[in-house]
Design a protein around this ligand. Structure first.
Ligand code: OAD
Length: 229
């Protein structure tokens, strides 16, 4: 039984029909990060920001987990697996994974920008929605924006230090701290593997890499890991 930390990004959900961020037709082509993914953007135009995430929430609800999400859930049959995701969809959970760490938050969560209270987001969030705790009309999605600290970092670093293998799936390696996990793993002497459509920004830092669509290369790798266990 190996201890495996898996980091996932938008690429694992791409074949479920969810747009990635940095592709030629990605989300950051039609939206400016400063407008929809920063606290300053939310303060300027909360309606625009809520509309952007309402659309993302609807797209995630309409999507189904794919063979890569389901394969990762099977990996737990023989290994101790910690799934850390940058994704804000719930396709890992719906694909059968438990205890997923959503380091960039989730579309299904709401957060009060005034008092910090958290609750389950309605399907459509509106600027007039009052916070259930303090009553302020300051509801925002519980998503980590640029300039904010990702969630559960201490737990993630602890899992990385205790791991035998770090695997990065479907992420371009542009956003820190997640993009730095491969270097952290290397310093800790842990084996590293990249599974991505194409070489990521940090591809050369990995001990090994396999390139192709997640629905093909992830189930194939999981089958090997289960056979070898
Ligand atoms: P990106 O859009 O930056 O990168 C997606 C990666 O997935 C790219 O390297 C693609 O080549 C790869 N990819 C695309 N389709 C794939 C497929 N079918 N199979 C395998 N790989 C595929 O998305 P992330 O790296 O997840 O943060 O982006 C990181 C963060 O930047 C996001 O969490 C988001 C964004 O700004 C916030 O919103 C806070």
């Amino acid at each position: 039984m190996a201890r495996i930390v898996v980091l996932t990004g938008a690429g694992i959900s791409a074949e479920s029909g969810i747009r990635t961020f940095r592709a030629a037709d990605g989300l950051w082509e039609d939206h400016r990060i400063e407008d929809v993914a920063t606290p300053e953007g939310f303060a300027r135009d909360p309606e625009l920001v809520l509309r952007f995430y309402n659309e993302r929430r609807a797209a995630a609800a309409a999507a189904e987990p794919n063979a890569a999400h389901r394969a990762l859930a099977r990996l737990t049959q023989a290994h101790q697996v910690t799934v850390v995701t940058q994704n804000v969809d719930d396709l890992h959970e719906r694909g059968g994974s438990r205890g997923v760490i959503h380091m960039h938050g989730t579309l299904n969560g709401a957060l009060c920008a005034r008092c910090g209270h958290r609750w389950t987001a309605p399907r459509v969030m509106q600027v007039t929605d009052p916070c259930p705790a303090c009553g302020a009309p300051a509801s925002r999605p519980d998503i980590v924006w640029f300039g904010e600290m990702p969630y559960r970092m201490a737990e993630i670093w602890q899992a990385l230090r205790a791991a035998d293998l770090f695997v990065s799936i479907g992420t371009s390696g542009n956003v820190y701290p997640a993009a730095g996990f491969v270097a952290d793993a290397r310093h800790a002497g842990i084996a590293t593997l990249e599974l991505n459509l194409e070489p990521s920004a940090g591809s050369r830092l990995f001990d090994a890499a396999r390139h192709g669509p997640a629905t093909q290369i992830v189930p194939a790798w999981v089958a090997e890991m289960l056979a070898a266990a």
